[in-house]
Design a binder for this molecule. Structure first.
Ligand SMILES: Cc1cc2nc3c(=O)[nH]c(=O)nc-3n(C[C@H](O)[C@H](O)[C@H](O)COP(=O)(O)OP(=O)(O)OC[C@H]3O[C@@H](n4cnc5c(N)ncnc54)[C@H](O)[C@@H]3O)c2cc1C
Length: 408
């Protein structure tokens, strides 16, 4: 009989404790400062690079962990430290995954190391898909990529928005339309190498939370990239487009909205970030509730407070289990027949918003001030129900998957 275990193995525990140490000793103490500065915490990224935590090697090791728990474990611990700083550290990984998933071996070998740089000269990368008129509705994307056969170059034009590390990245991965007739099936991803003329940063957003993470528009004006920057290569793209055109002609498969159908495998990682933030706020609230006294006894002595903490912890553990299940399914190739990836992201992100709000309530007036970290955690938690597909989009994906109906 197959062995069933939910225990991390010794190696995983060691890695988890190592990340936790960095989160507790380096990330958490820097959190308030970088939240106020609203700038990329380069010195913290550099510290992470020095110990090998910010590196392609470490990320790839966790990505290819055969149990699937490497990435969720990493995310939970780092985001427990601080969400804004953690996103500055893992944001590059999101772009790297774009290349790992679609790129040739040569493209992976050439570009992914340039995304990270090295400990003496750290770099970051950006993944640019969202546009002002194409957020949840990815199929409305307008950024165009046109092939200039004579020069074997692609020419990119358009405006991307909400790009994490957009404009400050060494390497940008840009999703663009190559065949407008095919909706999201007519999209392709391109590498924009360092210092390519025509790519510039537009507005940098001032945000509600995760303020240490840089979020900006990326403007592409006649950006010319060599043919080899098309991820996967031209032959593969031509084959894929031909298949999609055949299907569209036959009136077969509906051209799906990519934001709703894909990312099922990457969503648990965002769920794990949410679990990290929720756990951090819960721990603050538990500690406070056991030490703060009113009416001559600790406030946790009141069922009204103690039961809130019981619910918070129960929901956090349930969220983690959904995240672990989905991550395990993704790694072991189990089909997401019930949109389990979306379920995990939906539940964990909503839990983080709820739990961080409860933590503020338990800390009373102190919870409402910047003297205590829970108000920052609550502001940070709001992002999880928005990026990588909003909660409404997760519900849409789950409902469509369960019913097989084109629910709108
Ligand atoms: C801090 C931050 C970082 C980000 N980083 C990146 C990044 O690195 N790269 C990148 O490409 N993108 C990034 N994004 C973009 C993010 O993925 C989008 O914001 C998200 O997909 C939602 O798109 P939108 O903001 O245009 O909202 P909209 O799609 O306009 O949605 C607005 C509201 O309408 C609801 N809604 C829309 N359609 C439906 C529907 N069919 N049914 C029910 N409700 C619906 C939504 O749920 C939401 O509540 C980032 C965003 C933020 C805020």
């Amino acid at each position: 009989m197959a062995e069933f275990t939910m225990e991390l193995n010794d190696e995983q525990k060691e890695v988890r404790d190592w990340i936790h140490g960095f989160a507790a000793d380096v990330v958490r103490p820097a959190a308030a400062e970088w939240d106020e500065r609203e700038e990329t915490p380069w010195p913290v990224i550099q510290e992470a690079a020095k110990i090998g935590l910010y590196s392609l090697d470490f990320y790839a090791q966790q990505f290819f962990d055969p149990t699937g728990l490497g990435i969720p474990m990493t995310m939970e611990e780092l985001f427990w430290g601080d969400a804004g700083i953690a996103l500055s550290i893992v944001g590059t990984g999101l772009a790297a995954v774009g290349v790992l998933a679609n790129g040739t071996e040569e493209q992976i070998g050439t570009w992914v190391p340039q995304m990270y740089g090295d400990a003496d000269d750290v770099k970051v990368a950006a993944f640019c898909s969202s546009e002002p008129d194409a957020g949840s509705d990815v199929a409305s994307m307008r950024t165009r990529a046109v092939y200039d056969e004579a020069k074997d170059e692609w020419v990119l034009n358009g405006t991307k928005t909400w790009a994490t590390n957009g404009g400050i990245a060494n390497v940008h991965v840009v999703v663009a339309v190559v065949d407008p007739e095919l909706g999201s099936k007519g999209h392709a991803s391109f590498i924009v190498p360092p210092n390519t003329p025509g790519l510039s940063q537009g507005q940098k957003f001032k945000k509600h939370g995760i303020r240490a993470s840089h979020t900006a528009e990326v403007v592409l004006e006649d950006v010319r990239v060599p043919g080899h920057c098309l991820l996967g290569g031209k032959d593969k793209l031509d084959e894929r487009l031909a298949r999609a055109r055949e299907k569209a002609k036959a009136g077969g498969e509906r051209v799906k909205n990519a934001a709703m159908a894909t990312f099922e495998a990457s969503r648990p990682a965002v769920g794990a970030m949410a679990v990290g933030t929720a756990r951090a706020a819960y721990e603050e609230a538990l500690e406070y509730a056991t030490t703060r006294e009113q009416f001559g006894r600790p406030i946790i002595d009141n069922q009204g407070v103690a039961f809130q903490l019981a619910d918070m912890r129960t929901q956090i553990d349930a969220a983690r289990l959904l995240v672990w299940r989905a991550s395990w399914m993704a790694t072991t190739g189990k089909p997401f027949t019930s949109a389990e990836g979306s379920m995990s992201k939906l539940f964990a992100s909503e839990t983080a918003k709820k739990v961080t709000a409860q933590a503020i309530q338990i800390l009373g007036g102190n919870g409402f001030t910047r003297e205590y970290p829970v108000e920052r955690m609550h502001r940070d938690a709001a992002i999880y129900t928005i990026f990588e597909g909003t909660s409404e989009i997760q519900r849409l994906v789950i409902a469509r998957t369960l019913s097989g109906m084109p629910i709108r």
